[in-house]
Design a protein around this ligand. Structure first.
Ligand code: GLV
Ligand code: MN
Ligand code: MN
Length: 416
């Protein structure tokens, strides 16, 4: 069978979606449950309805668009990603998996293919941690990784709870109902940009993701003593930002110290109180992101940072509080889905390599309730989470062709 992707339309749709943004182009900012997020969702749902897909939304706003198979009673095959975008992001992170997954379904429809298992496109709520401080909210709830009561109580920077915000966005019903049973999907495949440099550097068209690194994140709050930047003499100061600076460098040192390329640590947020040039910082909050393909090695680094915090606090006379946000397991791809992806690449004559995902994805959590795998396409310079993020229409379309063929083969019902 020949699968022809409508590359031009897909490219146009990526541009249209990018325009639902709170940042000036080419940057995209689309925070979950913002007005732009709602507009993007509405536009997407309309496109899915036009394609004859049946839409369902759950209580946290995860959106399912289903193409019914001839054996619709069987567990479905799922694909999709997210459309929320961190502040000043690009157009492709998540979007390629949503619009690419959608185009894969339409490609199959156009070819005359009829699936046995239903094929379902999922648009996850809040893959990005921007608003509620924790990533993959939708898929955590779907997989039971996060309890509905914990989720409901999460707060944004305005102090509003997820419970209130999602209801305000029109998603009612009980969060208890978001969790999916373990036999809901027979297979799950997510298409995504690599967000790293390897495919481009090696001139390989597609990455077949064999495992996803284990992410962890935590907040460190440092309370020192503020005061007048001129009047207060240097000896005996308890400057919270100086303590934070030592901690930030310790985070980098311990991550580098494993000697493993797969250990990565970032202090992405540093909030200084009161934040005035002539005032000694009295309180600093750091947000740390730490990841590794080896969860035990990641946890060793975590403990080293904790010990360093204790030492810095003691020596500098500042109080240091530590709040763990998440420490998740790595995810492994299913050999059967990897075999289906491999066969699809070969049938399409597209070069590929097996690789690890260092970024986390909703697939990290879908792995707890379904066999999963991911398909990566190259992105220019490995750049992501920046306005200049870019993948060419040809690269995206190659990924969609392989995804379409893979969904087709996974949708065979078998004997059951
Ligand atoms: C996802 O956006 C990640 O931070 O890996
Ligand atoms: Mn992202
Ligand atoms: Mn993403």
């Amino acid at each position: 069978m020949i699968f022809e992707v409508d590359q031009k339309r897909l490219d146009g749709e990526i541009e249209t979606l990018a325009a639902f943004s709170d940042a000036e182009a080419p940057a995209v900012t689309r925070v979950v449950f913002s007005k732009q997020d709602a507009k993007a969702r509405a536009w997407l749902k309309e496109r899915c309805r036009e394609a004859g897909l049946a839409i369902r939304e759950d209580a946290v706003g995860n959106t399912f668009a289903r193409w019914a198979g001839t054996r619709a009673e069987l567990p479905a095959v799922g694909t999709g990603s997210h459309v929320d975008a961190i502040p000043h992001a690009g157009k492709y992170d998540g979007v390629v998996g949503v619009l690419g997954g959608f185009e894969a379904i339409r490609t199959l429809q156009r070819s005359g293919f009829q699936p046995e298992r239903s094929i379902e496109l999922v648009i996850f709520t809040s893959e990005e941690p921007t608003r509620f401080g924790i990533g993959c909210l939708g898929s955590r709830l779907m997989s039971g990784t996060l309890s509905p009561s914990e989720a409901a109580g999460l707060r944004d920077a305005e102090g509003d709870t997820l419970e209130a915000v999602r209801r305000g966005a029109g998603f009612s019903g009980s969060l208890d109902e978001v969790r999916l049973p373990g036999d809901y999907y027979s297979a799950w495949v997510e298409l995504h940009i690599e967000q790293g440099p390897i495919l481009e550097r090696e001139g390989v068209s597609l990455g077949l993701v064999t495992s996803i690194a284990a992410p962890a994140s935590f907040r460190i709050t440092i309370e020192g003593e503020g005061g007048h930047a001129g009047g207060r003499l240097m000896p005996g100061r308890r400057d919270a930002l100086c303590a934070a600076a030592e901690i930030i460098l310790a985070v980098e040192r311990f991550a580098l110290g494993t000697g493993a390329i797969d250990t990565v640590a970032t202090v992405g947020i540093c909030q200084v109180h009161p934040g005035a040039v002539n005032s000694i910082p009295s309180r600093v909050q750091l947000a740390v992101d730490l990841r590794d393909t080896d969860a035990a090695r990641r946890d060793t680094v975590l403990r080293e940072i904790e010990v360093a915090c204790g030492e810095v606090g003691e020596r500098r006379g500042v109080k240091i509080d530590w709040q763990m946000i998440n420490a998740d397991a790595p995810a492994q791809s299913s050999p059967e889905i990897l075999a289906a992806l491999t066969a699809a690449c070969e049938a399409e004559g597209i070069g590929f390599k097996r690789m690890v995902s260092r970024a986390y994805h909703d697939s990290s959590f879908m792995a707890q309730i379904a066999p999963i795998a991911m398909l990566f396409i190259p992105c220019r310079g490995g750049v992501s989470h920046r306005p200049d993020e870019y993948s060419s229409p040809e690269e995206i379309s190659r990924g969609v062709r392989v995804l379409a063929r893979t969904l087709a083969s996974l949708s065979a019902g078998g004997k059951s």
